[in-house]
Design a protein around this ligand. Structure first.
Ligand code: AMP
Ligand code: MG
Length: 392
């Protein structure tokens, strides 16, 4: 049995980025960049107007002849002399002979004459060539996350393919003779299966979509045979249920039989004590408690940590913060407790209903309150560590 800290550092230690793949930019959102990305061109690619207005050769008093026009996309063919101006629009190339753009709001125009109502600052309202990044400079470092802004930035540089760390293919297995699918009528002794549905949506929300779901009976030989197949067919295996100490909990025995090296076997925590982590070759296997609340807790603490590092987010840490408890809470010594909680600003409410199985309070929570092993009592007003969940 490990402490939470030990278990989490083992999970971190054994997680490595998967190999690199080349993806079309549009298919690379929510991946991590595997190489430094160098700008192939200047951005902006030319001096351009930042406003709709008039380009001046230079400041030459209040009054100017309008001698041409440059729209976005035009070559800037017009040549300006002192005292001349060109109509220009946002994003249009600045004529080489111009040094300033005045906003159309700051001028009065009468046919081919333009009169300044304000004196412009020289060089104003121009986006300079290479002002964001110059050709040859690193635009995004290795390890950057390709969020929508990053995708847009790379697109604006004309980059259409990128090297990223692969994402894993993941098998989710739910075990248990008692489980039936939603939509069927309940019969005596049966329960609706929720873990695979829940874990799959947790993976979806973190942009892991290569997922397959399996349902196994509590049967030792079948579990062994099925495990061997999954271990060679997926980059990660998540198994819910069957991992604790009941007579029909076959998963731990089967994992041993197929040669999985056990790294974490139970953790001093609540909920989620039966948590199991092992590796065969390169393939990690996580055993999650069948109790749904416990399974999801382990997912957010351990599996997410493993996954983030697997996809190249090498600095990933749980997102923690602090808040003041608005209520009292008692717990037993000797285990960390992850309490489902709702934080808002500087305060946090530990919610009613902290059993391992229940999901109702979990569905309403946006965080865990993290209570260390040796704590027995939380008073209202105590400052508590919280772990923010990616559930919004
Ligand atoms: P186990 O870890 O297999 O002993 O299961 C512990 C509890 O969780 C039992 O009440 C199971 O019925 C329940 N359980 C196990 N797997 C699931 C699942 N996939 N969906 C919903 N409940 C489950
Ligand atoms: Mg079971």
């Amino acid at each position: 049995m490990k402490s939470v800290t030990e278990a989490l550092s083992l999970v971190e230690e054994f997680s490595r980025p998967l190999s690199i793949e080349n993806r079309a930019l549009q298919e690379a959102a929510f991946y991590y960049v595997a190489t430094d990305l160098v700008a192939p061109v200047d951005l902006p690619p030319f001096h351009q107007s930042a406003m709709d207005g008039y380009a001046l050769n230079r400041y030459a008093g209040k009054s100017y002849d309008i001698v041409g026009e440059v729209k976005a996309g035009d070559r800037p063919e017009v040549h300006l002399h002192p005292g001349e101006a060109a109509r220009i629009f946002t994003g249009a190339a600045l004529p080489p002979s111009a040094d300033t753009v005045v906003r159309q709001e700051d001028v009065a125009v009468d046919r081919a004459r333009m009169v300044l109502e304000k004196n412009p600052e020289r060089g104003t309202n121009i986006r300079r060539q290479g002002e964001q990044v110059k050709a040859g400079e690193v635009a995004l470092e290795q390890g950057s996350y390709l969020n929508p802004a990053a995708i847009g930035f790379l697109a604006s540089l004309g980059i259409d393919r990128v090297e990223v760390y692969q994402k894993p293919s993941i098998a989710i297995v739910s075990t248990g003779n008692e489980l039936i699918k939603g939509g069927q009528a309940l019969s005596p002794g049966k329960c609706y299966e929720s873990n695979s549905v829940m874990l799959r949506s947790a993976l979806d929300s973190l942009h892991f979509h290569q997922v397959e779901v399996f349902h196994w009976k509590d049967h030792y030989e079948e579990t062994v045979a099925n495990l061997e197949e999954l271990l060679s067919g997926f980059d990660m295996v998540l198994i819910s249920g069957g991992i604790s100490v009941g007579d029909y909990d076959y998963v731990a025995r089967a994992l041993e039989a197929v040669g999985v090296d056990n790294i974490v076997d139970r953790v001093r925590q609540k909920p989620g004590k039966p948590f199991y982590f092992g590796i065969k070759g390169e393939t990690p296997v996580f055993g999650l408690p069948g109790n749904p609340g416990a399974a999801l807790t382990c997912f957010y603490i351990y599996i997410r940590t493993y996954l983030e590092r697997m996809i190249g987010n090498s600095d990933y840490q749980l997102h923690t913060s602090e808040a003041r408890s608005i209520r009292e809470f008692s717990k037993r010594k000797g285990k960390v407790q992850f309490c489902r909680a709702y934080y808002s600003g500087d305060t946090v409410e530990i919610l009613e209903g902290q059993g391992s199985s229940g999901l109702q309070s979990f569905a309403r929570s946006n965080s865990f309150v993290y209570l260390p092993e040796d704590i027995e009592w939380v008073a209202a007003g105590d400052r508590l560590k919280i772990i923010v969940l990616p559930v919004l």
